[in-house]
Design a binder for this molecule. Structure first.
Ligand code: WT7
Length: 572
């Protein structure tokens, strides 16, 4: 298929020209930034915090934190103190050892960041969980990873089925009036009393750092393991893509429950010694614009859904705030519509730079970085040192303007190293032991720009969050009224996609608005609000293969009024 590219728009603000020198980039160049290049002793938290605390950046603000109740700032020196203390809390109150899994399940707050980096200092593998997860989602993740400890809040404790998690030994609670015993520890109290001198645990650069659970089109969510060495690419992309400079005030809007919120909300910015804003609380156009004005944000990393919601809030509200501090605005998570780029040029006088990557890739891969002229609608070009291509199903590269599988040559620094306890799943990502298969379809134009076309599997991206249809279907089937369920992503102008469920009911149940509402609440309470179907359609019967697998592509074709394609595998 031949697809015409949009005309190139020359960026009026030329960022530094990394391109010429970077073409034949060797990652070893980036390694030289780090202490371990000389000493051989590695720890992500050391490079992100302690290294700066021991330099002239000691008194530079690392973290501005703000929500409805709190407004605080912490220097790199302070961050070293608090993360050392957190590590000592774990040492004193748990049996956590290097390589064990500690989960963090709480809303954003400074303590979340101390807790996470403190655990990294111990050599522990951290598993961040989005605060909106409900019991079923929490249980699956803690069980699969055999988590030994968790940091959470009294409010969220009810969603952790402790009696069904035999490996979970210690629960650190962040809150007031905590009743303590061997299992439950008052985290804030322990933090206050802990020593601020901690002997950091040096690890191997290939040792486990963080475990992010993410969804595929089949099976339970899988644990994607990243290692300390990922820092090399996270750091380098902060320079090339984010164009980060010493006096920048940076704001990544993602929650650390998702990979953007760790790779670019924690590791990337602090590896680069950047002052970073963390805004707690929920999305609100006023609060967001106000944050840009108040903190004089210069580099801003957000998502198409957020931009579209800001767009929907109207231009009147934009005029109430001074947004002229912004120098560089970037986006990730879903296709960035040219329309949104146009809007960005009107309201910020900046072109929004798209970046493409995934939980599995650990860091940015294909981007409108630095000096690249932007082609609206394109994700940009692969980072120097990264080889991307469009391949067919046999792993053979196809010519420009041909749609195919977006693939990356195996072996970039921040590549996932394991799917937790599932070697088979890990291997299924690779073709011929050469290409990592992203699951996205795309084409490349004759300038080497990549253009996203869609997912090749059934994974749903709703408001930038990745949802596996299988997980939602499984939850739906637990509802007494439901006999069969099939879940698809339905295109939506604001959210990218919304979740739509087709369900067939058990005998004795009748379709009704009340039942729709009840089913939605059931998924919300059992999984997470963002995983609940916004639309539910009742069917007498769902299209299935002869082996009983729901044919989501047929559901999708029905929904979009497209031809249903080959139905030879469908049951009668
Ligand atoms: C999927 C990965 C790591 C970032 C947050 C999402 C989609 C990501 C783009 C983009 C079009 C994008 C892809 C990808 N995606 N960035 N710039 N343009 N689609 O991480 O939850 O692992 O999801 O998000 O479909 O495969 P994730």
């Amino acid at each position: 298929m031949k697809i015409e590219a949009l005309p190139v728009v020359q960026e009026e603000y030329q960022l530094k020209d990394y391109d010429a020198t970077a073409r034949d980039f060797q990652w070893e160049e980036a390694e030289k930034t780090f202490t371990w290049y000389e000493t051989g002793k590695v720890n992500m938290a050391y490079e992100a915090i302690d290294r700066h605390a021991k330099s002239d950046k000691k008194d530079k603000v690392a973290l501005y934190y703000q929500d409805a109740d709190r407004k605080e700032s912490y220097t790199f020196g302070d961050m070293k103190t608090w993360t050392d203390k957190a590590a000592n809390v774990y040492k004193e109150h748990s049996n956590l050892a290097k390589g064990d899994r500690l989960f963090i399940f709480m809303p954003r707050s400074p303590e979340l960041y101390f807790a996470l980096l403190g655990a990294v200092k111990m050599g522990t593998i951290v598993g961040p969980l989005f605060e909106a997860f409900m019991e079923g989602a929490v249980y699956d993740r803690l069980l699969d990873s055999e988590a030994k400890a968790i940091v959470t809040t009294p409010d969220l404790l009810g969603r952790i089925p402790l009696d069904r998690l035999p490996d979970l030994e210690t629960v650190f609670l962040v809150g007031d009036n905590i009743k303590e015993d061997d299992k439950f520890i008052d985290f804030n109290k322990a933090l206050k009393n802990a020593s601020d001198a901690f002997e950091i645990e040096w690890v191997d650069k290939e040792d486990g750092l963080i475990l992010h659970y993410t969804s595929g089109s089949t099976g339970k969510p899988k644990g994607i393991l990243h290692v300390h060495y990922a820092m090399v690419q996270q750091y380098q992309s902060m320079k090339w893509v984010m164009d980060i400079r010493d006096d920048d005030i940076y704001w990544c809007t993602a929650d650390p429950g998702w990979v953007t919120g760790t790779s670019y909300g924690i590791f990337g910015p602090w590896l680069a010694g950047t002052t970073s804003l963390i805004l707690g609380g929920r999305f609100s156009p006023d609060a967001w614009y106000k944050a840009i004005e108040e903190y004089k944000i210069t580099v801003w990393y957000s998502a198409p859904t957020a931009f579209r919601m800001l767009m929907g809030a109207g231009d009147g509200i934009v005029k109430k705030y001074d947004l002229t501090s912004l120098r560089h605005v970037l986006s990730v998570g879903e296709p960035l519509n040219p329309e949104v780029i146009k809007w960005g040029m009107q309201v910020f006088n900046k072109r929004i730079h798209d970046t493409w990557w995934m939980t599995e890739t650990g860091a940015q891969m294909i981007c409108n970085y630095g000096c690249l002229p932007i082609k609206p609608g394109s994700m940009g070009k692969p980072l120097p040192g990264v080889k991307a291509a469009i391949i067919d199903n046999n792993g053979v590269e196809v010519p420009p303007f041909t749609m195919g599988n977006l693939a990356i040559k195996k072996g970039w620094p921040s590549m996932m190293r394991q799917v937790w306890k599932n070697q088979e799943k890990f291997e299924s990502y690779f073709i011929n032991d050469e290409w990592y298969f992203s699951g996205d379809s795309a084409y490349m134009d004759d300038d080497g720009y990549f253009w996203f076309q869609g997912r090749v599997d059934d994974v749903i991206m709703t408001s930038g969050e990745r949802v596996g249809p299988f997980e939602v279907e499984s939850k739906l089937l637990e509802h007494p009224a439901i006999l069969e369920a099939g879940v698809i992503g339905k295109p939506d102008p604001v959210r990218g996609e919304i979740i739509k469920a087709f369900v067939a009911l058990n005998e004795g149940y009748e379709p009704s608005d009340e039942l729709i509402e009840e089913i939605q609440q059931f998924v919300k309470k059992g999984l997470a609000a963002h995983a609940a179907p916004r639309e539910i359609e009742f069917k007498d019967k769902l299209p299935k293969t002869r082996s009983g697998k729901i044919m989501r592509r047929v559901l999708k074709a029905w929904e979009l009024q497209l031809p249903t394609g080959d139905l030879s595998t469908m049951e009668d």
